[in-house]
Design a protein around this ligand. Sequence first.
Ligand code: TRP
Length: 460
Amino acid sequence: METPDILERGNWGSKIAFIFAASGSAIGLGSIWRFPIMVGLNGGAIFVFCYILSVFFIGFTVMLAELTIGRHSQKNLVGAMKFIKPGTPWKGVGFMGIITGICILSYYSVVAGWAAGYLYKTIKGAFMGEFTWEASDAVFKKFAADPMAVLIFLFLILVITTFVISKGVKIGIERWSKILMPVLFILIIILSLRAVTLPGSGTGLSFYLKPDFSGFNLNVLFFAVGQAFFSLSLGMGTMTVYGSYITKKDNLISSAGWVCFSTTLVALLAGIIIFPTLFHSLQLTPEQFKQDFEVSTGLMFQAFPVIISKMPGGYIFGIMFFSLLLIAALTSTISMLEVPTSYLVDEKKWKRKNAAILIGIIAFVLGIPSALSNGGVKFLTKLNFMTIMDLIFGNITLALGGVLISLFLAYSWKVRNSLNEISIGSKRFKLKSLWTFNIKYLAPVVVTLILIFIIIKNII
Ligand code: TRP
């Protein structure tokens, strides 16, 4: 029988429901919008290579750690650390996660708002007929620089997110993710098939998939690790909260594995759509790309109208794509808002609705400068406000959170205790010794070294 506490907090209906919900959190703008930008800015395939290694060795490790901490304590990250190690400063990691979550939510919702705006444009027929990259670029710049439009869409996204979260996890998150994630996946496969059959797609593909190892440096690795944390929703307690809703019957290891796998697959496919389309449309060589092409925060929004205009039935595909992107983004914003909300509900006994509304308002106010930093207000654009927020919260504090969560599990709670929790619901843990090594040494040491390097390089 379930304990009353679990009943009150709600549980996932089944393991599959959990995987969909967690993939719903993970798969979103991080894979479809942010990943290709990172690839473009960090030398192409070498970044993809580092990203895959980061997901396998660090992302999976921290994902399993977060799920285990969450299921064991049945709490959010702050509550979990208080529960496992009462009276220690570890709960500070949870607070850092809450702040990080609100800050990421603020600019992430701006981009989700762009997706909503693009859906609206597509429905109105803005992308009909042959559409070049230059034309698409102009549309994006004009749209992102329209202060009223971006603010209205930002507001809309946060209202929907707040509404879903105020209804609670079960009806809220589960229902959305179960049906729509598979449809998104199929659509992405169809679009990538079109992209690779475009004339000239080969150069784009080789830029994207054939690593040039001479382009490797620690910066690339830093952004790859950051991207792994970002796209897998790690390092700030999202997966801890999601883990707290998993039942003891379910297998944590395969759940973590599936989420990592599906998210990475979507990211890789997003790149397969964007780079061939870009190289085809601008007739670029990889050298020209590296020298002349300026990767903007709108990369994905520049590429999709182009590819859609090259497909029979493009109008319908366009509407489907931007609707699903919007939903994928919403299942992620929902998961970000869930972290601070569940903290206020569980620890401070707030009403769910009030907690969600308060955080929603804070995220909106924080989101305004990001919304206006893509041409809306010159000063914010020059300052690169959105990019700075993303650097600090989307890379640095997430990675730091991941290090601290690993250290907490390995040295405070202890690996053997966590292995007891992991063994509930799973018969065998084939990668046990690898995971133990990774959580104790590899993840904390490698990520710390990278962070130190980046901080020294940028400050000195
Ligand atoms: N992973 C999501 C994406 O890729 C974004 C996201 C949701 C997230 N929750 C998070 C990122 C928590 C970092 C931390 O779109």
